[in-house]
Design a protein around this ligand. Structure first.
Ligand code: ZN
Length: 201
C-alpha cells in the first residue's frame, strides 16, 4: 500500500501538472472513441499498450477477457458494454487476449478450481472456445490456440448484445480481436479468417 500512496504523490506532483489542461477538459467531458476489453491480468495495461491518454479508452477488464453473451438480468459487463456503445458512442471495440493468461491456462490444463468456485463458474463462459480448440487424441491443449479462439468467441458474444448488434447493423462500430504477447510487447490482430497480422513489435 505504501507504493500506491507514493505513486499518488508522484502523480499529483509530477504527472498531473504536466497534463493540467487535459484534466481540466476531462473534468466536464467524457468522449472515449474506443472500448477496450482486456484481461484483469496486471501485466496487460490497455493505456500503456495503446499509448492512450486519459479519456481516450473506455476499459472493461475481466478474468480471461471474457464477455458473456447477452442474457436477461443485471450484469456489470453488459451494462458497461451498453454504456460505451449506446451512450458514449464508441466507434471501435477491441477484445484483447494475451500470452500466459492464467484463466486460459487453467482451462487448457484442467486446473482444479474447487477452492475458487466463482472463478470456475466464470470460466464456463469459455467452454465453447475450449471445445473448439480441443486437440485430437487427448493431446495437451495448445494455449496459444485457445487464447486466440477465446478472443474470437468474445467478439461473437459481443455481437449478441443489443446495443452492439444495433451499432453493427448501422455500421457505426467495428470489432477488433487482438492478442498481446507479454515477453515481446507485440500485438497481433486476428482477422476474421483466423490468420495473424502483427500490428507492432
Ligand atoms: Zn489473462
Amino acid at each position: 500500500m505504501h507504493d500506491l500512496t507514493e505513486g499518488v504523490e508522484r502523480f499529483r506532483h509530477d504527472v498531473f501538472p504536466a497534463k493540467a489542461e487535459l484534466f481540466a477538459e476531462l473534468a466536464a467531458h467524457h468522449r472515449p472513441t474506443a472500448l477496450f476489453i482486456g484481461c484483469s491480468d496486471a501485466r496487460v495495461v490497455p493505456e500503456l499498450i495503446t499509448q492512450s491518454e486519459p479519456g481516450e479508452l473506455f476499459v472493461i477488464r475481466t478474468a480471461g477477457n471474457l464477455v458473456p453473451a447477452h442474457a436477461p438480468g443485471p450484469d456489470g459487463v453488459a451494462a458497461s458494454v451498453e454504456y460505451a456503445v449506446a451512450v458514449l458512442g464508441v466507434t471501435d471495440i477491441v477484445v484483447c487476449g494475451h500470452s500466459a493468461c492464467g484463466a486460459m491456462t487453467a482451462l487448457a490444463e484442467g486446473h482444479d478450481l474447487s477452492a475458487a468456485p466463482a472463478v470456475a463458474g466464470w470460466l464456463r463462459h469459455a467452454e465453447a472456445s475450449l471445445a473448439r480448440t480441443a486437440p485430437a487424441g487427448g493431446a495437451p491443449y495448445a494455449l496459444e490456440a485457445l487464447v486466440r479462439e477465446n478472443v474470437r468467441a468474445q467478439l461473437a458474444n459481443l455481437a449478441t448484445h443489443p446495443s452492439v448488434a444495433r451499432a453493427l447493423a448501422e455500421q457505426a462500430v467495428v470489432l477488433h480481436g487482438w492478442v498481446y504477447d507479454i515477453p515481446s510487447g507485440a500485438v497481433e490482430r486476428l482477422d476474421t479468417a483466423g490468420r495473424r497480422v502483427t500490428l507492432a513489435a
